[in-house]
Design a protein around this ligand. Structure first.
Ligand code: DC
Length: 223
């Protein structure tokens, strides 16, 4: 029996998971784990290997370190790579590598260890279905494709010159469509709406609205 709950937040990209999960963790005084950042970190480390090594060997010698603040900070061989993992290329490679059972086993074990005492919000694609199927509170966040593409586009464009905005939006849309399809159709730990998860459509909600809904559910469960 855990003293404090495990809360999981799953869903496709652009559904607003990260922002909401971070804010929820802060409101509850819980730890926050961005499991997507962990998959991205593995992908980034892989791009840094000149001669692509065998995956078992690569994972055995992988020197990743995470600081689970808000956001999740990532270090590779002591060098901070928190920002480097946020590119469209790493998004696609993380999605591709996340289909490999060895990568999933490696990160799932780490995530279970992190959450075993509870008092934690984990966010990703399989946190309520595979990592913690016994989580006390599970959420599945979703939103219309147009809205999700706009959110991702804004995130990616932050700090960039405002050029070819329409083109870029179309590209972002195609990329998230492909990633959603790949993440949902893969054989192991596909993105699904976990059993018992509260479904939250964030299309017409702002961050405060989403957090309010999530917090209400957590409070009802802990009563
Ligand atoms: O949430 P994100 O966009 O940072 O995740 C990047 C990729 O990592 C996502 O397309 C699929 C993979 N991922 C996963 O397979 N399982 C998770 N729990 C989290 C992410």
């Amino acid at each position: 029996m855990r003293k404090r709950p495990v809360v999981t937040v799953d869903g496709p990209s652009g559904a607003g998971k990260s922002t909401a999960a971070k804010a929820l963790a802060s409101a509850l005084g819980y730890e926050y784990v961005d499991t997507g950042a962990m998959y991205r970190a593995v992908a980034y480390a892989y791009t840094r290997e000149k001669q692509k090594p065998d995956l078992d060997h690569f994972l055995r010698s992988l020197a990743l370190r995470f600081i689970f603040g808000k956001p999740t900070q990532v270090f590779l061989n002591g060098e901070e790579i928190t920002q480097n993992i946020r590119t469209p290329e790493i998004s696609m490679l993380a999605s591709a590598l996340s289909q490999d059972p060895r990568v999933r086993k490696y990160l799932t074990a780490m995530q279970r260890e992190l959450g075993k005492e509870g008092g934690i919000v984990l966010e990703g694609r399989d946190t309520g279905s595979v990592v913690f199927p016994d989580a006390e509170v599970k959420f599945y966040l979703d939103a219309d494709m147009e809205v999700r593409a706009h959110r991702r586009h804004l995130e990616l464009r932050a700090g960039e010159p405002d050029q070819a905005a329409t083109d870029a939006l179309e590209r972002v849309k195609r990329e998230i469509e492909k990633r959603d399809k790949d993440d949902s159709e893969r054989e192991i730990a596909p993105l699904i709406r976990p059993q018992g998860a509260h479904y939250v459509d964030t299309t017409h909600l702002d961050v405060e609205g989403v957090v309010r809904v999530l917090k209400q559910h957590v409070e009802q469960t802990s009563r």
